[in-house]
Design a protein around this ligand. Sequence first.
Ligand code: G6P
Length: 361
Amino acid sequence: SATDKGPYPYYMLKEINEQPNIMRKLSQEYLDVDGKPTVDPKIISAMKKADRLYIVGAGTSYHAGLIGKALFEKLVHIPTEVHISSEFAYSDALLSQRPFFIFLSQSGETADSRVVLNNINKDYDSLTITNVENSTLSREATYTMLLNAGPEISVASTKAYTAQIALEAILAKALGEAVGQTTAQNFDVKRELSLAANGMQAVIDDKDRIDQISKKYFVHANRAFYIGRGEDYYVSLENALKLKEISYIQAEGFASGELKHGTIALIEKGTPVFALITQKKTAALTRSNLEETESRGSKGLTVVRKALAQPGDDFIIPDMSELLTPLVSVIPAQLLAYYTTLNKGYNVDRPRNLAKSVTVE
Ligand code: G6P
C-alpha cells in the first residue's frame, strides 16, 4: 500500500526514490498531451486580477516557495514575495492593491500558515497547494491544487518539495500564457519535467557513491556549508535543512558571495562546502567563492549543470531550463543527508525534537 515501506529500510529513501515518478504523474495530471496546462480556469482568472503574488509557507515548503518566486517572476512577470508563515503572520505587512496568496503546505495543517490564512481570508483570494486532500488549509482557502505525491511519512520532507516546485512551474506556465508572456509560451514544462525525472533517476542510481562521500567527508564533520547564488542559493537552504534536521550536523545554506563577509571564518581543515552551480550567469562567481574556501582547507563538492561542468566536478545534472534545475540539484543532498544519518546510526525517519506536522504556533 501507499503507506508501506516496501523494500526500503526507511520511508525517506522510499520517498526520495518516488520523485521521478511523481514528476511524470504531475505532468499527466496537470498537462494535456501537447503540454498545455489543464489548471482550473477559475484559479487562473482569479490570479490574473492580481498585481502581486504572496507565497507563504514554513520549513521545506517555504524553501519551495523561494523557487516559486523565480518561476512566477520569470514566466509571468508578476512581482512575487515569499514569506515564512510565522513571521508574516505578525508583520503588519503593507500589501499591494490586489494581492493573491499561495499557501504551500505538505500537510495542509501547519498552524503558522493557518494564522496567515485567517488574517487574509475575509479580504482576498487564495490557493493552497498541498499533499492532503480536505486538509484545513485546503478547505479554508478559496482554491486548492493537490500534489498527489502519496503520503509523505518521513519527517524530513523530500518529495513534497520537488512536487511543490513542479506544480508551481505548471501554474506559472498557465498564468504566464494567460497573460501573453512569450517566456511562458516558450517554456516547455512537459519536456522539462521529463528531463527532471530522468536527471533525478540518474542521481538516485548513483547513490552508493553518495554513501561513500558521506562516510568520507560528512559523518565526522561538526559543521557543513551549502552554497550557491540565486536559485542555487535557495536550494542550498533546503540542502542545509535536510542535513541538520536528521543528522544533527550544524549546516548552513549560504549565498556564496556573502561568505567572505564573515562566515568564511568558520572554515577549517576538512569542513565540507557543497556548491550548486547550475546558473550560467553566476557559475564562475560561485566557483571562485568555493575556491576561496578550499584555499582555507575546506573539502569542496560540486553539483553542476552539464554545460557548465569542468573536470573534477562531483555531480553533473542534465542541461535543462535553469528555472527547474532545483528539481534535480536537490537530490544529491537529500541522499547525502539520508546516508550521513544512517551512517551515524540515527533514526532517519524520526529525528529528535521534530514533528511531521506542527499544529501549534
Ligand atoms: C514541519 C516539518 C517540515 C515541514 C514543515 C512545514 O516542521 O517537520 O518538514 O517542512 O513542518 O510543513 P507543511 O506540512 O506545512 O509543509
